[in-house]
Design a protein around this ligand. Structure first.
Ligand SMILES: Cc1ncc(COP(=O)(O)O)c(C=O)c1O
Length: 452
């Protein structure tokens, strides 16, 4: 390891080396088992006598910071390092809102045998070899902040045909998943303290983001027609919704509600964010028209993602900007992270253009439909399914709080989420949310036996 040491003058050189190495070990920059350079090599690099370095090493060994292993060199010892590095004395603190923000769902380390986690596609069925072939493109520059031109054109065609979104490549900004699209929209639209209305229950990562940016997040109930538009707070600047497959309940927003929401947004000059995260997987019924298609006044920004149709690890999503926000959203992407990785974007453009995305979606739709049917027709009798015909998860309501049952299930290796984890309201309906992207049909059948 090339440890950084800077010597000042020619006095007490051993002492200087000793103190700098000790500090690096104490504050955790050098960790147990890290190898130090041989004395001869470090002496040459620092332009000092070898003995000067040896004296420093000997002293650190004597104090237990280093150990020598015959034939292999000098290493940082376990005993000499603190359990964790602590920098003391600083009064720096994050803004208080960060005390209550943590990744969701909480990172559970229990071993999982039956994985009903939500929002995870089956990465095992992805055509990895084909994808690797696409990845060879030469894209070494910073790239255009709005995204790869070919990809924007491919997405515009794809969502134009499959989702009736009215758009062209010039409206699209490629983002690092939907999550970054939401971040950019908020940067462009919100002043600190502005209101953002969200669905309750809803998608926590979005709510956490809004709160982290200083928004006043107001939860609005959802019923079997979707968001209760009548309950919107009058001064909301943004309304964030999942109309085609409400997260997590799964209900589509009725046409009546969609029309009412657009009318409301127009009257209040509010922006509606339409999150269309997983509707490619629809197993029956008619797909609902996106708000973006029904909107004639430019109050909707549509956001989509390749996390479900491809792989979450790609971190590729996009937004379709209404004309008045287009320039600001492009600039927001630029100041946020310049551009998303161009090589991945070029590969995705090819993947779509060659019909491989459509083929993969068709295949996965059949697979997920079989899992959806298996799950929904075999739920135990204490659960009542919330009807839904799309996506990668279903919700089932319970009469009582399922938390004790969930504790037992988790101990038996079942990863599952409660409805309460998607809501902050005390009166959240008791229920469970079953993802079926990461679990095979065999796993579903066996896992359901433990759902009691
Ligand atoms: C409601 C909702 N929006 C968006 C996403 C995906 O976000 P991203 O594109 O950042 O992976 C998910 C994933 O689970 C989701 O459930």
């Amino acid at each position: 390891m090339d440890v950084h040491i800077s010597l000042d003058g020619r006095r007490d050189l051993s002492g200087q080396i000793y103190r700098q190495l000790r500090a690096a070990i104490r504050d955790g920059r050098l960790r147990p088992d890290d190898a130090l350079p041989p004395t001869r090599e470090l002496a040459r690099r620092l332009d000092v006598a070898r003995n000067t370095v040896s004296v420093a090493y000997d002293r650190l060994m004597g104090e237990g910071y280093l150990t020598g292993r015959v034939g292999s060199g000098t290493f940082v010892s376990e005993a000499g390092t603190p359990a964790h590095a602590v920098t003391q004395g600083s009064a720096l603190r994050p803004r208080p809102v960060w005390d209550s923000i943590a990744p969701w769902p909480s990172q559970d380390t229990a071993p999982v045998t039956y994985d009903f986690r939500v929002g995870v596609p089956d990465t095992g069925l992805f055509p990895h070899a084909t994808w690797r072939r696409m990845l060879g493109s030469e894209q070494h520059g910073y790239g255009n902040p709005v995204g790869h031109k070919g990809l924007r054109a491919a997405i515009a065609r794809h969502i134009g045909v499959s989702r009736a979104v009215r758009t062209g490549p010039g409206d699209i900004v490629i983002t690092s998943g939907i999550q970054q699209a939401l971040d950019l929209i908020c940067r462009v639209m919100l002043e600190p303290g502005d209101r953002v209305a969200v669905e309750d229950p809803g998608y926590p990562p979005a709510h956490l983001l809004f709160r982290s940016l200083g928004a006043d997040v107001v939860r609005v109930p959802v019923d079997d027609e979707g968001l209760c538009v009548d309950a919107l707070p009058p001064n909301a600047r943004i309304v964030y919704v999942t109309p085609s497959h409400q997260f997590p309940l799964g209900v589509p927003m009725s046409l009546r509600r969609r029309t009412a929401l657009l009318d409301w947004a127009r009257r209040h000059e509010a922006l509606v964010i339409e999150d269309d995260y997983d509707t490619e997987f629809r197993f029956g019924g008619r797909p609902i028209e996106p708000l973006q298609n029904l909107d004639s006044s430019g109050h909707v920004v549509y956001v989509g993602s390749f996390s479900k149709t491809m792989l979450p690890s790609l971190r590729i999503g996009f937004l379709v900007a209404p004309a008045p926000l287009r320039q600001a959203l492009r600039a927001a992407k630029y100041v946020s992270d310049w551009a998303s990785p161009m090589g991945t974007q070029a590969a995705l453009a090819r993947f779509i253009d060659e019909g491989l995305l459509a083929r993969h979606i068709r295949r996965m739709r059949r697979e997920y439909q079989a899992r959806h049917e298996l799950l929904t027709t075999n739920l135990p009798s204490w659960l009542t399914l919330v009807p839904c015909a799309a996506g990668l998860h279903v919700t089932a309501l319970a009469k009582d709080d399922p938390a004790p049952a969930v504790t037992r299930m988790r101990a038996a290796g079942v990863a599952i989420m409660t409805l309460a984890e998607c809501s902050r309201s005390e009166s959240a309906a008791p229920g469970l949310v079953f993802g079926y992207g990461a679990i095979t049909s065999t796993g579903i059948a066996k896992g359901l036996e433990l759902v009691r």
